[in-house]
Design a protein around this ligand. Structure first.
Ligand SMILES: [Fe+2]
Ligand SMILES: [Fe+2]
Length: 129
């Protein structure tokens, strides 16, 4: 696994776990909003870093992968603004939604990128032998 991606994916999971605990324990809306903000900010940062890696290694599926990031961020920002405007009661339903997309993205889309990076590494190892 790419070390930076591995580290950042773990951070995303940790931030989501934090948000989950906050909801389960019935923290105030402000505290939930704050944790959601942290999660969205970090997701945005991670997507940028991951996209830089894709560009550097000329990843073949970069366009679709970037589209997926953009659509995830758009959904998160909509949820964020609904929540800060008091329009959405944030609960387990939304939590499940966030978990589902994170898992689907990590296990499918990001996994394909990891395989591609692994292959590049294996090929360059062969050349250096
Ligand atoms: Fe990704
Ligand atoms: Fe990722």
């Amino acid at each position: 696994m790419h070390p930076l991606l591995e580290k950042e994916h773990q951070q995303l999971i940790d931030l989501l776990d934090d948000l989950d605990k906050c909801i389960l324990k019935g923290y105030s809306v402000n505290q939930v909003v704050k944790r959601l903000d942290d999660f969205v900010a970090f997701a945005g940062e991670h997507f940028k870093n991951e996209e830089k890696i894709m560009e550097y290694y000329k990843y073949t599926d970069i366009i679709d992968h970037k589209k997926e990031h953009a659509s995830l961020l758009k959904q998160l920002r909509t949820l964020q603004s609904q929540l800060s405007n008091g329009l959405t009661p944030f609960g387990q339903g939304y939590m499940q939604l966030l978990r589902n997309w994170l898992e689907a993205h990590l296990l499918d889309t990001d996994n394909r990128l990891e395989e591609f990076l692994y292959q590049i590494n294996a090929d360059s190892d062969k050349k250096n032998r």
